[in-house]
Ligand binder design. Structure first.
Ligand code: 13P
Ligand code: SF4
Length: 368
């Protein structure tokens, strides 16, 4: 008898399913897969996906977890660059999966290899970048940019280790080209006492980044003109108004927020740092939080029994729409295919690119 190979289950069957129906199917598929599959979930995931994660964390923690797990399948409930990092850091034979391939990061898309290579060539008309400039890419970037950093003596950073990474970088070369998030770069430089006048924005759509050779020579950090549109929603007036009404309250922001918002905050740090800081605060503390809404809503609920009041910084709803692409329907579809022996939505970084990107990621993991 000829054995027929099972066909991939198409997503169309899952599209009309209610969230509750998906929940049951996710639990059933998980029970069948056991330790074969590990679900990693970023803090910005919606609650009905987040609750299925075996392990959760910020970008740094999740990349370390991806490097440690022995599960055959790493199902990444996060965005594309995170699943790429999981693929690069995982062992041979492990498979990294992103339940919806449309889950990208608009900030990561603000830099690409062609533009970074052009910047490097243009810098070479002023100085030798391989001698004088460390390329530092935020982990929110495509694998080929991490590979560029690996190849050019550079490194990757996350929002929780950016300072240690910049210190590492300045020990090697006098300048840093920081991409794609100007705000994380500026805030970190500011913490290191680098004057704002020595941190200049590099506009990739302008010749020589819109700078003069003289400006490039005097700059310590060249900040790529990129940002996270979710975190740009938070404005200084939101903090000031809240402080008037909550004079003893505390303000905590993600470093992707604008510089003036970070400056007005009591604490600035990664998503994990935000959770830990609020968790460690005394009962009854009031918090204003400048980061993605799913996370803020979740911690507001979590800490309510301790009498802590956690509020979202912006008056409008602003969620990361790409993180929200991972929904129970896509998660159920992905897991049921694994049960049927089929891999859908595998994220595979080409070998040579992965090798170079790994150099930059390993440098980061050694520093942090
Ligand atoms: P964290 O590393 O702080 O979780 O941040 C990731 C991210 O994309 C924030 O927008
Ligand atoms: Fe990217 Fe911003 Fe979404 Fe984070 S919140 S994944 S930086 S778009």
């Amino acid at each position: 008898m000829i054995e027929m190979e099972a066909a991939t289950i198409t997503f169309d069957r899952f599209k009309p399913l209610a969230d509750e129906a998906c929940e049951e199917r996710i639990l059933a598929a998980r029970a069948k897969l056991g330790k074969q599959a590990m679900i990693l979930g970023h803090h910005y995931q919606r609650v009905d996906v987040y609750k299925h994660a075996d392990l959760t964390g910020d970008s740094l923690k999740l990349s370390k977890l991806a490097a440690q797990t022995d599960a055959q399948y790493i199902v990444f409930c996060g965005v594309h660059f995170m699943a790429e990092v999981a693929d690069i850091l995982s062992k041979p034979g492990q498979v990294s999966i992103l339940p919806d391939l449309n889950a990208g990061c608009s900030m990561a898309d603000m830099a690409n290899l062609a533009k970074v290579e052009r910047a490097w060539r243009e810098l070479a008309t002023v100085l030798d970048p391989d001698q004088h400039v460390t390329p530092v890419t935020y982990i929110n970037s495509a694998a080929d940019l991490k590979a560029f950093c690996g190849e050019h003596g550079g490194i990757v950073c996350t929002s929780s280790n950016a300072r240690a990474i910049l210190e590492w970088s300045f020990k090697r070369r006098g300048k840093v080209l920081f991409f794609p998030d100007q705000h994380l770069g500026r805030w970190t430089g500011y913490l290191m006492d680098i004057p704002l006048a020595e941190m200049l924005v590099w506009d990739p759509d302008e010749e020589l980044g819109g700078l003069t050779p003289q400006q490039i020579k005097m700059a310590k950090i060249l900040l790529w003109k990129g940002h996270c549109s979710v975190h740009q929603m938070f404005q200084p007036q939101h903090v000031l108004r809240w402080r008037e009404q909550n004079p003893s309250g505390m303000v905590i922001s993600h470093p992707e927020c604008r510089f003036d918002v970070c400056k007005l905050s009591d604490y600035v740090g990664s998503t994990d740092f935000i959770i830990r800081t609020i968790a460690a605060s005394p009962p009854g503390t009031r918090w204003l939080v400048g980061t993605e809404l799913n996370l803020v809503n979740r911690i507001a609920e979590q800490f309510k029994p301790q009498g802590k009041v956690v509020q979202f910084m912006a008056p409008t709803v602003c969620m990361c729409s790409t993180m929200a692409r991972i929904d129970p329907q896509h998660l159920a579809w992905t897991l049921e295919n694994l049960v049927a022996g089929k891999v859908v939505n595998q994220i595979k970084v080409p070998a040579h690119e992965a090798e170079l990107a790994r150099i930059a990621l390993d440098r980061m993991l050694a520093v942090s």
